[in-house]
Design a protein around this ligand. Sequence first.
Ligand SMILES: Nc1nc2c(ncn2[C@@H]2O[C@H](COP(=O)(O)OP(=O)(O)OP(=O)(O)O)[C@@H](O)[C@H]2O)c(=O)[nH]1
Ligand SMILES: [Mg+2]
Length: 317
Amino acid sequence: MRYGTIAIVGRSNVGKSTFLNSALGMPLAIVSRVPQTTRDALLGVVNSGDAQLAFVDTPGLHHPKNELGRRMNQEATESLRNADAALFMTDSHELEGAAAAPGKDSSRARPRSRATSTDRSDAELLALLPAQLPTVLVINKIDRMHDKTRLLPLLQGMAALHPFAAVVPISARSGDGVERVLAEVAKLLPEQEQRFGADEVTNRPVSFFAREYIREQVLVMASREVPHAVAVTLDQIEESAQGLHVAATVHVEKQGQRAILVGKGGEMIREIGKAARQRLMELTEQPVHLRLFVRVTERWRNVPRQLAELGYAPESS
Ligand SMILES: Nc1nc2c(ncn2[C@@H]2O[C@H](COP(=O)(O)OP(=O)(O)OP(=O)(O)O)[C@@H](O)[C@H]2O)c(=O)[nH]1
Ligand SMILES: [Mg+2]
């Protein structure tokens, strides 16, 4: 019997949360095209053969621009310190693009589109892995590779950067290769008692997912306008015979962002609410009543007191 925690780390947007969902067989974690979607570490328990794999999905490592970003990076590096193994994820599509560009080495891969000054290279991030931590390299999004003959040299190039226990190409979106990752990771875990019951998936309460699923829909529906300025707090969360009652406030930083999120005649926020409610109903398997408010909370990403009030844990020392 094997059990252990595995930190899933890598740059933003490489597909860490998509992988967790694929391994779990349910869309627990939020996913979007916007970098820095995940802000808090999220446990997802996967039972595979005689092993129990406690995955911890983490925020994408990046050069932070504000207090929130600093805490997100800290959350990821702390998860690594507490893990029995790591899954380091990168994006084959980006590696392919970087390798094709003359004078660039594949370890320096950065997003081909949407590249920003917050991006960090894989080589930089590999240096953050604790020396003795057994690590599986997962090369994601192989479904997007134009030239599959490039895969082998990319795998070899990445493998040369770090003593990985295994290298596995996957498509987290289609599920291709995910089982192999589970098998490789299970080999790295200590022989010990399992910690979670067969039907335990996570340790986060429904209130966490209520906030997350609302923020996810904002990212999905208004990704161009307000990608990172959004936080969600709950004003009410109660269960009754009629189901789950949730009232939440969506915080943005500027009046203009508020106008966009509310939309013409309140249409945008209604659509966000409808989709988030659907996600919550599927998670909790009960009717959900959701009311949303949009409020301007200036500079919340930079003010430690407001970060704490908006649910982002105070920095641990
Ligand atoms: N084509 C393709 N797209 C993928 C795959 N895996 C993830 N994606 C997409 O990549 C984008 C980012 O996915 P996420 O799972 O949110 O990435 P992440 O690494 O968790 O990102 P952060 O939380 O921001 O660090 C989303 O649009 C996903 O649908 C894949 O295997 N193939
Ligand atoms: Mg994520």
